[in-house]
Design a protein around this ligand. Sequence first.
Ligand SMILES: Nc1ncnc2c1ncn2[C@@H]1O[C@H](COP(=O)(O)OP(=O)(O)OP(=O)(O)O)[C@@H](O)[C@H]1O
Ligand SMILES: [Mg+2]
Length: 298
Amino acid sequence: METVLAIHNISKRYGKIQAVNDLSLEVKKGQVFGILGPNGSGKTTTLSMILDLIRANSGSFQWFGAEPSKESRKRIGSVIESPNFFPYLSPVNNLKIVADIKNMGFEDIDRVLRLTMLYDRRNTRFKTFSFGMKQRLAVASALLGNPDVLILDEPTNGLDPQGIAHIRELILQIAGQGTTIIIASHLLDEIQKICSHVAVLNKGKKLFDGKVSEVLAISDSFELASDDLESLTKAIRSHPAFQSVTPGEGTVQIYFKNVVNPAELNRFFFEQGITLTHLSERKRSLEQHFLELLDNNK
Ligand SMILES: Nc1ncnc2c1ncn2[C@@H]1O[C@H](COP(=O)(O)OP(=O)(O)OP(=O)(O)O)[C@@H](O)[C@H]1O
Ligand SMILES: [Mg+2]
């Protein structure tokens, strides 16, 4: 599959703060790629570098297999900061100005207004727009000219549930047309709902990346006890789904790489001559899983 964006070891420092630390990433055509991390983890800094809004201290990146250029820039639409539109102008007239700046005709304006569900409001002044409508106009503006890549920084920040749903639907619709999308978000739920791939950042460093379905998969855990905890701990290591074990008080907590059912687990121990005196299943929420991942990488 064609590589749309390749980032090689980019770093950015602000004084003492290492905002981005030796980050490498690859985004392929058609992916909805999430950059997930808590506040201050370097998401906006990363997006700003790949959009040439700020310069990296070191490292490099390529768009569409070539050095970044005016040509590659034309193939990318983005919403990074809250956009400035003229308050007394209608969305149509605001988009005409954007189109002029982008050196393109006005023929795409109706399409992007329809796509963002603003067509009915196309002739009312921007200042009368709700916050959600303003956000959607920003996306409309980024979509002018039908770019190959759309970059969005926290697209649902500050929106109400309905506004969030609108934006999510819109993103999925655009992705469905084959546009590659890169989204920064601190919301696990958001990434999980709309992204195919994710890179998790913490303190400017990438913790891991991959398919959302794999990286953010919940690993089930069980709390177990038996009269002989030592043999239990030894035996569990040979379980095909074994991931890790944490000792508790008179119990052990076992994490599995994938779903394991309690009856099967009981049988597994029984066959090895170990009788469980306690077995309780604990399903971790994704949120909890994500927090633990960040926690382990402090
Ligand atoms: N212009 C700047 N000057 C100084 N420090 C900066 C600047 N921009 C960002 N930083 C610092 O770099 C780090 C990363 O910031 P960045 O905005 O990239 O994080 P983020 O992941 O986008 O966070 P958020 O989720 O809050 O948007 C933070 O510690 C931030 O304070
Ligand atoms: Mg940010």
